[in-house]
Design a protein around this ligand. Sequence first.
Ligand SMILES: Nc1ncnc2c1ncn2[C@@H]1O[C@H](COP(=O)(O)OP(=O)(O)OP(=O)(O)O)[C@@H](O)[C@H]1O
Ligand SMILES: [Mg+2]
Length: 266
Amino acid sequence: MNSTVSVTAPHVALVPRPTQHTAQTAHVPPAAAPHTTALLRAEGLVKNYQRGRHLIRVLQGVDLEVADGEFLAIVGQSGSGKSTLLHLLGTLDAPDQGCIYFQGHRIDQLPPAGRDILRNKYFGMVFQFYHLLPELTTRENILVPLMIRDGLLRYWWGRRQYVKRADQLLALVGLEHRAAHRPRELSGGEMQRAAIARALVAEPSLLLADEPTGNLDRHTGQAILDLLRTLNRQQRLTIVMVTHDPSIAAQADRVVRLNEGRIEAA
Ligand SMILES: Nc1ncnc2c1ncn2[C@@H]1O[C@H](COP(=O)(O)OP(=O)(O)OP(=O)(O)O)[C@@H](O)[C@H]1O
Ligand SMILES: [Mg+2]
C-alpha cells in the first residue's frame, strides 16, 4: 500500500503539553488522594450488559496500572471486552463497579462536562470503527478535536496554525492526497490512518487506541506502530493499545491479556 507513511514525529507543538497545574485548572475534581505514580489506574472494574433477559458479563474485576510514558498493549480474544475496557478508561462509558484514576484523580464519576474537558485536553482516542464524521473532509475530521477543545471563536483565531498541523499529520500518516476527500471515499486503512491523525492533533498525554493497525497491511501497520513508538519516546506520549496481532503487541513495553473478564500478564 502507501509507501509514503512517514515515521517521524511531529515537531511543531501548537498546543502546550498539559501539566499538573492545567489539570487542576481544568476542574478535574480531587476525588481521592493519589497513592500511585501511575498516569492511569483502574481498580476492580466490573461491566455487564443487559440484553433482553440476559446479563452479559464482560469485565469482572479489571485491575490495571499504566505508568506515565508507558506503551502498553492489551490483547485478548474477540469478545473478551477490550473495546469495552478502552471505552471505560476513556470515560465514554461508566463501569458498574470499580474506580478509574487519571493523574491520581478519580475520573469514572465525573459529570459529563468534566469528562468532556478531560477527554478534550488529555486523551486521544482511536476507535475500532473510526467514527469519522461522514459530512466532513479528512482534514476537517482531523481538526474536530481542536474545534471542540477551543470552541469556535478561539478555533477560528488559531485556524491557520491548526490547518498546518493537520496537514503535517496527514503527511505523517501518508494521507496528504486524501485531505479533501470524505470518509466514504476512503479505504478502511485510510480511514484508520485519518482516525489516528485525529487522535493526535490536540497533542494528548494519553492515547487510547483500539486496533490502530487492524485494517492496515503489514508494512503500513508497522509504519504506524513506528510513529506511535516515536511519539511515545520523543514526547512521552503514554499509549494503551488494543491489538489482536502478536507481532504488534510484542513491540510495546508491556503486554497484558484480557481473559474471562480480568487482566493477566501475557
Ligand atoms: N452496547 C452493548 N450492548 C450489549 N452487549 C455489548 C455491548 N457492547 C459490547 N457488548 C458485548 O460485550 C462483549 C465484549 O465486547 P467488546 O466489543 O468489548 O469485545 P472486544 O474484545 O473488543 O472484541 P473484538 O476483538 O471483536 O473487537 C461482547 O460479547 C459484546 O457482544
Ligand atoms: Mg473490540
